[in-house]
Write a protein that binds this ligand. Structure first.
Ligand code: HEM
Length: 447
């Protein structure tokens, strides 16, 4: 008898017969199989061996936190991504990752992020002021995407990059992200992409983006000016032996901050504003809270601490629509989780989307109820809530993202009435969970 045993197995033919629909949107299949086979099930693939999928909080925490030393990230998050966006925090592993995490972590401590709040707020205000009020509804995601890119760009480089340069960088990063998805979704077309010159074209873009960032870094090194932005912090961060990062390391980390920090936040802001636009009673409460805070002459940082209901709305939106909707790991040694004995090399996927809607943990999980996150209720739900991951690889930008989103929602609802004429929320689970076709009407508020 084998010493290994796996959770309930879905026959591979069931997977194969639906492969193209699953590639388009795996969430309904995950949901069906979780309901049929239990909160953790497996598929035995002739190519990859056992793949385990879970929406169980204990198993998710086991692999991300409790026994994280037995797990590495899969190739999707490391090898494939790093080809285009470099070898930074998100894509590195092992000792190098730990060394970099220790070096960079202080720049993201709450205290340090507080210094960045005025830069973040200014970037948000510029973007919100540029929203044009039109009769017809506008595409919300593209507005939020611009906003989130600007916030990361300004937090990194404050005044040291020309707008045209940043626009070009944005263009390249978005092109690369789209191509990564194309390659991951249709891996059998790799040869075709190569023959068509697509891979060469995108590798040229990689080179160009690295040259742009190198230029900014070099100028900053020479100028010796102080900008109090993330670039300053990264430039001065010291390893234990007193040395600092090389330009190549800086470029890797900066590219990763752009990639990890802008699309996720843009998705979350889009979902949050859409949820608010379709839930008028909740939106009114946010508007009241914002009005109250605005009447007090507070700094942006003080405002954040008073916008508690707004924060609960964002947290609830991250529960329903977690941008990082799935995360995966591979065990590097044999491991026992609950009653399962997993062979080294098993791929484990934790569906954060399903975990956040698991009836075992949440009452009426599909309802938008920000009060779940009120102080008195938090203790009960937090063990099942992981929009920023868990364990040592927890999102380094979680405080940054929350500050940014609170200020962005505030800035938008104080200026505009937002309405949406459809209730449905459509999703597209790519590397991140993307909102589809969210149209919002912005009308200037009467003052
Ligand atoms: C709503 C916004 C965001 C969400 C939902 C989010 C979610 C996540 C999650 C779930 C992970 C862990 C992935 C895993 O363990 O497999 C992660 C990692 C990471 N995030 Fe975020 N993130 C957000 C915003 C940001 C921002 C604004 C930044 C930076 C400015 C950022 C930078 C990073 C980095 C560098 C990592 C890799 C950390 C490491 O492995 O050490 N993220 N993020």
């Amino acid at each position: 008898m084998s010493k290994y045993n796996y959770p309930n197995t879905i026959p591979f033919y069931k997977f194969l017969s639906k492969a193209s629909s699953i590639a388009k949107n795996p969430i309904p299949f995950h949901n069906k199989w979780f309901n049929e086979a239990g909160d953790t099930f497996s598929i035995k693939s002739p190519f990859y061996g056992y793949i385990v999928l879970t929406r169980d909080a204990d198993i998710t925490k086991h692999m991300l936190q409790k026994n994280h030393k037995a797990y590495n990230k899969s190739k999707i998050q490391t090898t494939y991504l790093s080809k285009y966006v470099g070898y930074g925090l998100l894509t590195s592993s092992g000792d190098y990752w730990l060394k970099q995490r220790r070096l960079i972590q202080p720049a993201f401590h709450k205290e340090k992020i507080r210094n960045l709040v005025s830069i973040i707020n200014k970037a948000i205000e510029t973007q919100v002021n540029a929203i044009e009020t039109k009769k017809e509804a506008v595409d919300l995601y593209s507005l939020m995407n611009e906003l989130a890119f600007e916030v990361v760009a300004k937090s990194l480089f404050n005044f040291s990059a020309e707008e045209d340069t940043l626009k070009r960088l944005q263009f390249i990063i978005e092109k690369l992200q789209l191509f990564i998805i194309k390659e991951l979704r249709l891996p059998y077309k790799k040869l075709w992409y190569s023959l068509k010159g697509e891979i060469r074209y995108h590798m040229k873009l990689v080179k160009e983006s690295r040259a742009i960032i190198n230029n900014i870094v070099e100028k900053r090194r020479v100028s010796k000016e102080n900008h109090d932005d993330l670039l300053d912090m990264l430039l001065h961060a010291q390893y234990e032996n007193g040395s600092t990062m090389t330009n190549d390391q800086l470029i890797d980390e900066i590219l990763i901050l752009f990639v990890a920090g802008h699309e996720t936040t843009a998705n979350a802001l889009t979902f949050t504003l859409k949820l608010l636009a379709k839930n008028k009673v909740i939106l009114n409460k946010v508007e009241e809270e914002v009005k109250h805070v605005n009447s007090q002459n507070l700094s942006p940082l003080q405002q954040i601490s008073k916008l508690n209901y707004t924060k609960c709305c964002i947290e609830e939106s991250l529960r329903l629509y977690p941008p990082a909707w799935i995360t995966d790991r591979v065990n590097i040694v044999d491991d026992k989780i609950k009653e399962y004995n997993l062979k080294k090399g098993t791929i484990l996927g934790a569906s954060i989307y399903e975990l956040h809607r698991n009836k075992k943990y949440w009452d009426n999980p599909d309802d938008f109820k920000p009060e779940r996150f009120f102080e008195d209720n938090r203790k009960q739900i937090m063990p099942y809530y992981m929009p920023f991951g868990a364990g040592p690889r927890l999102c380094i930008g979680n405080n940054f993202a929350m500050y940014e989103m609170i200020l962005a929602v505030k800035s938008i609802v104080e200026k505009f009435d937002i309405t949406s004429n459809s209730d449905a929320i459509k999703i597209n689970p790519l590397i991140t969970l993307k909102p589809v076709d969210v149209k919002i009407n912005f009308t200037l508020k009467e003052s």
